[in-house]
Structure formats: structure tokens, C-alpha cells
Design a protein around this ligand. Structure first.
Ligand code: NDP
Length: 249
């Protein structure tokens, strides 16, 4: 029996990167996982196959976020596969945005629509499906708490907004025994950071930001999310969990 046996989890953006790591870990812990993706169905199916190969259960769920009606569409598709949810991980996100001097209104709206509006309405429309005693985890970023990369200002702003959502939502859902937390990664090796980490020099610079002297892996974040999702995390809510490997110290 895994720690999450009998639970159902929705992980957005689970086709690749951090979301895939989270989905695989929750699957190993016994949860049945809805592996959400935007457009990359093949990658989502790979995540599902990896979970099943490890003895777990999962299904793919494709809905592009950042469009009107995205959250309703996601839950309509989810309902075809599962009856209620215990763990919602809002992980899908656009990992960057142009700097202040370059960003236009459409790009600004898009990054807020995917990174802030979508999690908000996924939770709103998920409220009737989310069982008492459940979990919401929002994937934030260390950049919400440091100005080390001011060229990513609009992106960092979305994570700041997500953190306020976490804080206030914890009060709204607390009476139902549902915890709500932000987990904030530092630099993690994913497709999103492939450019930054593409050269030996870039990788060394990124590693040096962490007190632990290395770039993070999706599993480093997934293990933190798994703890918050487990019974052991029951007394942590409204929290901002630093999963930056000591990049803010
Ligand atoms: P990746 O770019 O590797 O993966 C992004 C995932 O989100 C994919 O599954 C993708 O689906 C999905 N996604 C992206 N946009 C949309 C959309 N509009 N609609 C539906 N799904 C979408 O990202 P990471 O794993 O690097 O990042 C995951 C989260 O972690 C993000 O919220 C990011 O901001 C945050 N983060 C990442 C850090 C890092 O260093 N990597 C650091 C701090 C925070 P598809 O495969 O279909 O494209």
C-alpha cells in the first residue's frame, strides 16, 4: 500500500519536465494520476506509460490552458475518466516572458492567462470534485522572492500572484481539511531551461546559484510535492515552500 493509495491526483503540465516528475512520483506513491498536457500528446502518453510500468495507474488529459473555458473543458474531460479528485497540482506554466522593454500586451496577457488565471479557475471549477482532506499544490518559482533575474519580471509577477492565491485559498479550503501550498523551484533541468543550461558555462553558472552547487532535477521538486500530498503534510498550509536548493540564501 502506497502513501496515496486510493487517491486521485490531477497534475497539470505532466507531459514533460517538473510535472512529469511529480506525476511519476505520485503514481509510485499509489495515486491514480490524470496526466494533463497542452499539445504534446506523445509526451503525455510516455508519462502514463512510465507510471504504468512502475505498477501505477494514470490516464492522459489534453486541454490547452490560457483560453476562455479552459478549466471547464479540463474538468469535463477529467470526469470521463474519474469520479472526484484528492490532489490538484497546478504545475503547467509558461516558463518565461520577455523583459519590460520588449513585452507586448498580448504576451503579458498570455503568461497571466496560463500561469495565474488557469490555476484559479481549475480550482474554482474543481471545488465540487475536490474531496475533503485533499491537497492543492501550486508550482511557484524562486523568482517570486528574488530580483536576481529582473528581465523575467512579468513571469515572476505571475508567480507572485499565484502565491497570493495559495495564501488566501488556504483559508477558504481549510475548513474542509484541504491544504494549499506553493512549492517554489530554483533552476531545474527541463525543456524550459535547455537554452540556459545548453552550454557548460551556463550550467556551471546555474549550479553556482544553488547552495548545494548543482542544477536541480524534476525529482527534487516532486519529492517535496509528494510530502505535502501525503498525510505527513497535513499541518502545512498557506505555505511557500522553498525548493530552490538554497538559491535564495
Ligand atoms: P516545461 O516547459 O518543461 O513543461 C511545461 C509543461 O506545461 C508541459 O507539460 C506543457 O504541456 C505544459 N504547458 C505549458 N503551457 C501550457 C498551456 N498553455 N496549456 C496546457 N499545458 C501547458 O516546464 P517546466 O517543467 O520547466 O516547468 C513546470 C512549472 O515549474 C512551470 O509552472 C514553471 O514556471 C515552474 N518552474 C520551473 C523552473 C525551472 O527551472 N524549470 C523553475 C521554477 C519554476 P505540453 O507538453 O503539451 O507542451
Amino acid at each position: 500500500m502506497g502513501a496515496l493509495s486510493g487517491r486521485t491526483a490531477l497534475v497539470t503540465g505532466a507531459s514533460r519536465g517538473i510535472g512529469r516528475g511529480i506525476a511519476e512520483r505520485l503514481g509510485r506513491d499509489g495515486a491514480r494520476v490524470a496526466v494533463h498536457y497542452g499539445t504534446n500528446e506523445a509526451a503525455a502518453k510516455e508519462t502514463v506509460a512510465a507510471i504504468e510500468a512502475a505498477g501505477g495507474a494514470a490516464f492522459p488529459l489534453g486541454v490547452e490552458l490560457g483560453r476562455p473555458g479552459d478549466a471547464e473543458a479540463l474538468w469535463a474531460e477529467f470526469d470521463r475518466h474519474a469520479d472526484g479528485v484528492d490532489i490538484i497540482v497546478n504545475n503547467a506554466g509558461i516558463g518565461t516572458a520577455p523583459a519590460l522593454e520588449e513585452i507586448d500586451e498580448a504576451e503579458f496577457d498570455r503568461v497571466f492567462a496560463v500561469n495565474v488565471k488557469a490555476p484559479h479557475f481549475i480550482v474554482q471549477h474543481g471545488l465540487t470534485r475536490l474531496r475533503d482532506g485533499g491537497r492543492v499544490v501550486n508550482i511557484s518559482s524562486g523568482l517570486a522572492r528574488t530580483a536576481v533575474m529582473p528581465d523575467k519580471m512579468a513571469y515572476a509577477m505571475t508567480k507572485g500572484a499565484l502565491d497570493v492565491f495559495t495564501r488566501d485559498l488556504s483559508k477558504v479550503l481549510g475548513p474542509r481539511g484541504i491544504t494549499v501550498n506553493s512549492v517554489a523551484p530554483g533552476i531545474i533541468a527541463t525543456d524550459n531551461t535547455a537554452g540556459l543550461l545548453g552550454t557548460e558555462e551556463g550550467r556551471a553558472q546555474a549550479a553556482a546559484i544553488s547552495a548545494l552547487g548543482r542544477v536541480g532535477a524534476p525529482a527534487d521538486v516532486a519529492d517535496v510535492v509528494a510530502f505535502l500530498a501525503s498525510d505527513g503534510g497535513r499541518w502545512i498550509t498557506g505555505s511557500w515552500v522553498d525548493a530552490t536548493g538554497g538559491s535564495l540564501t
